[in-house]
Ligand binder design. Structure first.
Ligand code: TRP
Length: 331
């Protein structure tokens, strides 16, 4: 059976973008694949994290996955740092990947900015750890957003070079799984920027911890334009904020953007926003309520993660053993 692996960092609040772009799709994959879902806390520390906050946000992330429908019985759900094999394989991949490959990574350039010299070494080799995450489970299907595609290509190159250098067929080909409508949810304040937990404006995103009134207020204040909605989605071109709200509606309602436009053709945002609010509240309430319930019992979530780590290790340890044998390590 094909195996799915995906992960998200426990930095900042979980929001609508995480839900529509990631969690909801992970849930759908559970029925057809063996799925491994990871909270990548070791990726998180490539930039400094306050320990208490990191701990709390790891619990919050687990609650968000579960509340969204990730079933810890069906899938393996764990946090990365509890499975030491990730770090071990990442070291080996540090010795397989080439400097030149990492130098091409646009996310490092964006995140490090002008101050490259002050970025952590971990931030630079971050994609090698990501390759280790995936390949440790011989996962061949990896659902990610557009921004992670370059990292997946690197993971593919690492797998190929490893297989080639050591004359083995150990690692499979990785296929990115591209997700449906609104995989890229944009900021409510600026349709050019991705909805992000690191945006200083809380009004730019809908958090999975927001209550109904807050959701309503944020949608009401969302940036829009004064034009009407067209009959076809293609005629939204050049209106990033309008596209974003229509995409969110489409994703929440399991519709295409064309269907949303057809429904609201000729209407302005004064009509569209209340409809969007109603849909958002209806679809998100079960998730946010369940999440709030789960967060009341952090011990339970810790137990779920510990159990997931044991199951993850059971898959990862034999693969790492194979890798070590291929390299020639005495065991
Ligand atoms: N780098 C991913 C992100 O920031 C998170 C991640 C880490 C991941 N390891 C992964 C995603 C393995 C998919 C597979 O979104």
């Amino acid at each position: 059976m094909d195996r799915v692996f995906s992960g998200a960092q426990p930095t900042g609040n979980m929001h609508l973008g995480n839900y529509l772009g990631a969690f909801r799709n992970w849930v759908r994959l559970q029925d057809n694949y063996e799925c491994v879902y990871c909270i990548v806390d070791m990726h998180a520390i490539t930039t400094f994290q306050d320990p208490k906050t990191l701990h709390a946000q790891t619990i919050e992330a687990a609650a968000a996955y579960i509340a969204s429908g990730v079933d810890p019985e069906k899938s393996v759900l764990f946090n990365q740092s509890q499975v030491g094999e990730h770090a071990e394989l990442a070291w080996i991949f540090n010795c397989v990947a080439r400097m030149g490959w990492l130098n091409r990574m646009t996310q490092f350039k964006d995140k490090a900015g002008k101050n490259r010299e002050k970025a952590s070494v971990g931030l630079y080799v971050y994609p090698n750890l990501m390759a280790a995450d995936i390949l440790l489970y011989k996962a061949n299907r990896v659902p990610v957003g557009e921004d992670q595609k370059q990292h997946l290509e690197l993971a593919r190159d690492i797998a190929q070079k490893f297989n080639h250098d050591f004359g083995v067929e150990l690692f499979p080909e990785i296929e990115p799984v591209i997700m449906g409508e609104a995989t890229r949810v944009m900021s409510l304040r600026n349709g050019q920027n991705k909805m992000s937990k690191s945006d200083p404006s809380d009004g730019s995103r809908i958090n999975l911890t927001d209550d109904q009134d807050t959701i309503a207020k944020k949608i009401k204040k969302a940036k829009t334009d004064s034009e009407l909605l067209p009959a076809k989605a293609e005629d939204l071109a050049g209106r990033p904020e309008a596209i974003n709200l229509v995409s969110i509606y489409a994703a929440l309602g399991d519709m295409s953007k064309d269907e949303v436009c057809a429904q609201f053709e000729g209407k302005g945002f004064g009509d569209f926003k209340p409809a969007l609010t109603e849909l958002a509240v209806e679809k998100l309430a079960p998730v946010t309520n369940e999440m709030a319930k789960l967060m009341k019992d952090p011990k339970h979530i810790e137990n779920v993660l510990a159990d997931g780590a044991v199951r993850a290790k059971a898959i990862a340890a034999p693969v790492l053993a194979e890798v070590k044998a291929a390299i020639g390590f005495v065991r």
